[in-house]
Design a protein around this ligand. Structure first.
Ligand code: AMP
Ligand code: GLY
Length: 445
């Protein structure tokens, strides 16, 4: 039997999800619902619905009916936080995502820390303080306890702008307090955390409340400029080696990250009474004292999802369908091509602060081969011409027998794409990867 699938969203991640879905023999009709037409998704032959907001479910309800949708896969976090999973199941349609309550794992940092503490996952958390008052002297005490080496987190979704880190974004108590007060005003709460020192990575697992299947481990590069300088972005590029691991991590690190995902999934059910279904994206940091959890997201990372989905050999329709039935264990393990991946986003001039839209893009006639996959994000097609329509425009995933070859293939493709872009040439280079290995050696002591 074929499965009609609706993907929510229209960015690079969703283009990667749709591409993986079209490799499935079980796919019936592919639908998407987004705020603009993604020409990459369009070229896959998907039926495209448009909406002003993915948090407004009226249009969604109509498409579920018209498209006789069997399965919904949400791309971004906003519809999940707004309860899209609950809405779909109420309407008799399976949705591969957590409930609104479960989605708080991403939408509320305070909920997550308290949840983990309460249900036996406190060992994965740094020291933290939740403050609910505009003027709260305990924040000053916490700042002093850690000698100013803290992180301040707004308690809601702010699209990557909700966290400030000592040394990077602020130095003084006053600056930390300004941000904390704003968060209390906007969200009723703020979270202060001890600043963890180490190397970050992402371990994304697909889960059904019972079974936890890991995707390839990835490392994102969030700063806009080379050598991790400049402002924070949504993510400029991601690497993952030919083992589906990272050169600076040990087996133990990955086992612990997996175990934290397993225990966190169970913690959500213990707290809410609802199974956690969908994507569990752990943002981890390998520190001197082992792997700790920085944050959870409840969707594929963007860009991590590009590396993962470009190399996923398991049938994505089947995996999501089985997960929705609570039978993810039948998948066994997720299968990935045994290649390294280096992904880089080509971004609009001025991204992230002031992305300039409208620039022309010229693409080669044959875009992909077995060394590269190219995903469209902020790009639109106007009378046959491609133009930049957003910050991160094109995601290029180079594949290779090791990171060097994957990086060379990524760069070769970037040279074939014409347009005024900026990106990070250093991602995937031996030099940057080695600097992480050295950093990790130093951290472990
Ligand atoms: P977000 O905007 O939530 O993706 O968070 C952002 C970034 O803040 C992470 O990728 C880390 O680099 C940093 N961060 C968050 N929490 C901590 C922490 N407790 N210690 C050190 N860095 C952190
Ligand atoms: N890779 C960053 C994110 O998806 O949030």
């Amino acid at each position: 039997m074929k499965t009609n699938v609706l993907v929510l969203g229209n960015g690079g991640r969703e283009h990667a999800i749709c591409t993986a879905l079209t490799r499935s023999k079980q796919l019936g009709t592919l639908w998407t619902l987004g705020t603009a037409v993604n020409p990459g998704i369009e070229s896959l032959g998907a039926k495209i619905g448009l909406t002003d907001s993915l948090e407004d479910f009226e249009k969604l309800g109509r498409i579920l009916e018209i498209g006789k949708i069997d399965l919904v896969i949400p791309g971004p976090e906003a519809p999940l936080a707004a309860g899209v999973t609950d809405f779909c199941w109420r309407n008799g349609v399976a949705c591969f995502g957590p409930t609104k309550e479960g989605a708080q794992l991403e939408s509320s940092k305070s909920w997550t820390r308290d949840l983990l503490q309460k249900h036996g996952v406190g060992d994965a958390c740094p020291d933290y303080l939740i403050s609910t008052k505009r003027d709260d002297p305990t924040r000053k005490k916490f700042f002093e306890k850690w000698d100013g080496q803290i992180v301040v987190k707004a308690d809601g979704l702010l699209g990557g702008k909700g966290v400030i880190v000592a040394g990077d974004h602020f130095k003084t108590l006053e600056e930390a307090e300004d941000f904390a007060k704003q968060s209390v005003e906007q969200f009723g709460r703020v979270v202060l955390e001890e600043k963890l020192i180490g190397v970050e990575f992402s371990l994304i697992s697909l889960v059904d409340g019972k079974t936890v299947l890991d995707c390839r481990a990835c490392q994102d590069h969030k700063r806009v400029f080379e050598n991790d300088t400049g402002p924070q972005t949504g993510g400029m590029g991601v690497i993952s080696d030919e083992r589906g691991k990272l050169p600076f991590l040990t087996e133990e690190d990955l086992e612990r990250a997996h175990d934290i995902n397993v225990r966190s999934m169970k913690a959500v059910e213990a707290e809410t009474g609802q199974k956690f279904l969908g994507v569990l994206y752990g943002g981890f940091i390998a520190t001197k004292s082992g792997v700790q959890l920085i944050e959870y997201n409840v969707r594929f990372g963007d860009p991590e999802g590009l590396n993962i989905l470009a190399t996923l050999e398991s049938d994505l329709v089947e995996v999501c369908r089985l997960a929705c039935e609570g039978n993810l264990d039948k998948v066994g393990m997720l299968q990935f091509a045994p290649v390294a991946t280096v992904q880089k986003y080509l971004c609009a001039p001025g991204y992230p602060e002031d992305p300039q839209k409208g620039g022309m893009i010229k693409l080669p006639e044959v875009l992909n081969d077995d060394t590269v996959q190219t995903f469209f994000a902020g790009i639109k097609k106007e009378s046959g011409t491609f133009k930049i329509s957003g910050g991160r425009s094109i995601g290029v995933v180079g594949l290779g027998k090791n990171l060097d070859e994957a990086n060379a293939n990524c760069e070769k493709q970037i040279a074939r794409l014409e347009g005024e872009f900026h990106y990070r040439p250093d991602i995937g280079t031996n030099k940057l990867t080695q600097s992480r290995v050295e950093m990790m050696k130093k951290v472990r002591g």
